[in-house]
Design a protein around this ligand. Sequence first.
Ligand code: SAH
Length: 279
Amino acid sequence: MIRLFVPDDLAAGSPVTLSAAQAHYLRDVMRRATGDDVALFNGRDGEWLSTIASIERKAVGVIPKRRTREQTPGVDLELVVALVKRARLETIVEKATELGVHRVRLAVTRFTQAERTNVERLTAIAVEAAEQTGRLDVPEVMGPAKLEAILKGWPADRALIFCDEAGDAPPILEAVTAPRERSRSGPGAEVESSARPLIRPGIRPATFSHEGRRAPTSGAVATSILIGPEGGFSAEERAFIRALSTVIPVSLGPRILRADTAAIAALSLWQAALGDWRP
Ligand code: SAH
């Protein structure tokens, strides 16, 4: 079944007019006709089995019939990625969408070569990937901002997984799944054991421990994964990132990965360990 993302509200019997590009795709590429079914989603109202009611040269009208899937909240997983070359960035947005990210933020860092990118094109790639992958929403692609601006005032309850190729960070799986060792230092007070320096205060304890994670999509703490540019991060940037209270520096193995590979690997491992790949 062809799935299409639309901005409109979806309700039984309320007609939706598709964009010119979607009309062209349905009519000229997929050779659909009046009476054929398509599935519509908008990120809010679930997925709707819908029927093509009219096909004209520039406009296709579709009528939602019944809701076939309820909207469910996804994981709050964000990718913060330095602006890398266009083809790689497009790959990253497509793969991040397939891997279930909620938002992609583009960062300008000391060693990024460009300060601009075509956010509209990246958003179109995210829409296409969401349609193809069966998601009920489309991740937001936020235009480029300076890394300092993104990290300044970083929320105390959002974990920042810092993919650091320098080699002194623990392996990602170990860093994100290690249960926090807690000891009681007084009535009701819990302090973090210094044996686990990577799980810093500010990250809710239950999140990175196995107990207390019964609901996979809501159990994981809001998390961002940070990937640097081709040239890596500067020494100052590394120091600044590592000083954040919710940072978890991680290694992705002994080889230096390209930014796209690093993003795919980190997102996959997080989804498998803490996210919606869990049953
Ligand atoms: N600084 C490197 C290349 C950076 S690779 C150089 O110039 O040789 C791009 C980004 O991918 C890095 O900034 C990092 O975020 C991530 N990355 C690549 N390999 C990694 C690894 N083995 N462990 C952790 N992160 C890695």
